[in-house]
Design a protein around this ligand. Structure first.
Ligand code: SAM
Length: 226
C-alpha cells in the first residue's frame, strides 16, 4: 500500500491492504449514531474495530473521539457500548479523556449545553509512547509534604516541588470558522476536528517517523495539523 496517501473508500477496503501490526497510532472520529448521512457510507462498527485491532502494533494507541445522540429523551450511550466492545476484543482502555469545547453550539431544552465529547484512549497492551504535554506548576521550591503515619499522626517532610507537571486529561479548544482550521474547504465538513486537538494527541502518543492512520478522515484535518 502507498503511504501518505488518501484512500477515498470504505476504510474496511483500505485496512485489507495492511499487514497485521502495521500502524503505530490511529486518531479518528467515527460517525456518531445516525446523526448524519455521509453520502451513504455504511459504518459496520464491530468489523472495523476488529480490523483496527489487527493492524495496530503492540503498544499502539487509538484515539477514538465520539459523542452520543439523544433519542426519545435519552442519550444512546453508543460511545460506551463501543468502548466496551474495544475492551472485549483485547484493547486496554488506557484512559477516557474529554474534548472540551470552549464555545459549543448553544442548545435549548432542559439540559445544560453540551460542552464535551469523549476521547477514548485504547491501547494494544501498554502504550509504547507517552510524551505528555506539561505546564508550569503554580507553586515551586521547597514545600511541606503532609503524610499520615500508621497511627494517624501527621508527619511533615520538606520536598522540592518540580517546576513542570503533566496537564490533565481534559483538553479544551475553541472551535469554529478560522479557529478549528484555517482551511475554508475543510470547514465545509460538518464535524471537523480542531487541528490543534490532532496535533496534541499525535505529539503525545507517537514519535517522529511513526505511521498514523485515520479511517474516518472526513475533511482530512489530520493532514493539516503540525
Ligand atoms: C465524524 S466524521 C470525521 C471528521 C474528521 N475527523 C474531520 O476532521 O473532518 C466521520 C467521517 O467518516 C466518514 N465515513 C463514514 N463511514 C465510513 C467508512 N466506512 N469508511 C471511511 N469513511 C467513512 C464520513 O464520510 C465522515 O466524513
Amino acid at each position: 500500500m502507498e503511504l501518505n496517501t488518501i484512500y477515498n473508500e470504505n476504510c474496511l477496503e483500505t485496512m485489507k491492504l495492511m499487514n497485521d501490526n502495521f500502524i503505530d497510532m490511529v486518531i479518528t472520529s467515527p460517525p456518531y449514531d445516525d446523526l448524519r448521512d455521509y453520502n451513504g457510507y455504511k459504518f459496520p462498527f464491530e468489523k472495523i474495530a476488529n480490523e483496527l485491532y489487527r493492524i495496530l502494533k503492540i503498544g499502539g494507541v487509538i484515539i477514538w473521539v465520539v459523542g452520543d445522540k439523544t433519542e426519545n429523551g435519552s442519550e444512546t450511550l453508543t460511545s460506551f457500548k463501543q468502548a466496551i466492545y474495544f475492551k472485549e476484543i483485547g484493547f486496554n482502555v488506557h484512559d477516557t479523556m474529554l474534548y472540551y469545547k470552549n464555545n459549543p453550539m448553544p442548545t435549548t431544552g432542559n439540559r445544560y449545553h453540551q460542552h464535551f465529547e469523549y476521547m477514548f484512549v485504547f491501547s494494544k497492551n501498554t502504550p509504547k509512547t507517552f510524551n505528555p504535554i506539561t505546564e508550569i506548576t503554580k507553586y515551586q521550591g521547597l514545600a511541606n509534604m503532609k503524610n499520615r503515619g500508621k497511627e494517624g499522626s501527621l508527619d511533615y517532610k520538606k520536598v522540592e516541588r518540580t517546576t513542570e507537571k503533566k496537564v490533565g486529561n481534559v483538553f479544551s479548544y475553541s472551535i469554529g470558522g478560522g479557529i478549528s482550521t484555517k482551511d475554508k474547504i475543510a470547514y465545509k465538513h460538518p464535524a471537523i476536528f480542531p487541528e490543534k486537538l490532532v496535533a496534541d494527541q499525535i505529539n503525545t502518543w507517537s514519535n517522529k517517523g511513526d505511521l498514523i492512520y485515520d479511517p474516518f478522515m472526513g475533511s482530512g484535518t489530520n493532514l493539516f495539523c503540525n
